[in-house]
Write a protein that binds this ligand. Sequence first.
Ligand SMILES: Cc1cc2nc3c(=O)[nH]c(=O)nc-3n(C[C@H](O)[C@H](O)[C@H](O)COP(=O)(O)O)c2cc1C
Length: 381
Amino acid sequence: MRNVTCIEDLRQLSRRRIPKMFFDYAEAGSYAEETLRANRADMERIKLRQRVLVDVSRQDLSTTIIGEPVPLPLGLGPVALTGMQHRDGEIAACRAAQAAGIPYCLSTMSICSIEDVAESVGKPFWFQLYVMKDRGFVKSLIERAATAKCSALVLTIDLQVLGQRHCDLKNGLSVPPAIRLRNVLNIMTKPSWGWGMLMGKRKTFGNLAGYTPSDANVASLASWISTQFDPALSWKDVEWVKSLWPGKLIIKGVLDVDDARLAAKTGANAIVVSNHGGRQLDGAPSSISALPRIAEAVGNDVEVMFDGGIRSGQDLMRALALGARSCLIGRAYIFGLGAGGQDGVARAIEIIRSELAVTMALCGVNRLSDIDRRVIAANGA
Ligand SMILES: Cc1cc2nc3c(=O)[nH]c(=O)nc-3n(C[C@H](O)[C@H](O)[C@H](O)COP(=O)(O)O)c2cc1C
């Protein structure tokens, strides 16, 4: 990793080190990937305003996220199958986040379970919840997160039905990988990944152990899971989750102003403006284009977080300027994980931190509270 200087380097390394089906799984968007591409294209269109001869010697990147002090306005978002990118990937990512002092959010669809992570890390982490059809099971997940002392519940609301990613079907994605000649040949070219996986804690969905049908073969498991998402989900279910969860609540997956207002009314601590990294509604606007109107509409009613397309500290700056108080990253740290495990995630975080510091300085800004629309160049957003 000596020559790694940017997130793209981590992406290239990850592509070389992990099996194709899991790299594609992380990188892809749904259907024609219009929204995936828009997340990046719209981000790059926003130009920052260069300022000179401003004293930027007293920089401070620290802030709070839902009341938790952080040295950087950044967290690691929930990513399914993180443990397939690297042995015990959820634990590695959580350790890297905690070493950097920022939040880590474990996905419902993780490989390591809530308990695996809790017993392996030193501090509380966040847990992301999908409300599936079996509400009894959902309730048990909430209780497990509370027992593990998770410091926030992140309720994802943009996945009532699953957007299709063509590559997952074509690659025959399953967990663990199905024994198909093409997969086996590919995995044989990634020996360190394969060895790591053999030594890892788990090879299938940790939080769902005991819940998935005992007779499911590996290939049918993923399709069984997709039938468990609940198309009947409504705002009433958010109230229900809130009544069960004693701690802080973050609602993730808001892209529309009206939905943002409804989410703010639930009394949640924060919302995440997100299109699931372009993996759900293809044809939806980019996250960054939806952010300013949402931030304006909810004002101070609820803390506004953001994700989608962040690959650098410059992108973090853009999102902060357009109304986010903090941001989550998905692929940027997942590429780090595939490239080099915990060290790779730490590297991803450090790259984004140092890029943000330099970007703030070159925009003439010392503190996060000074970042607003004034750091965007005229006609830049
Ligand atoms: C491989 C992958 C798996 C994901 N799994 C989940 C998940 O289990 N739960 C969830 O709420 N979001 C999930 N997301 C969405 C991320 O939390 C986040 O919204 C998205 O990655 C942000 O976009 P970015 O990857 O461009 O940073 C996933 C994203 C990726 C790339």
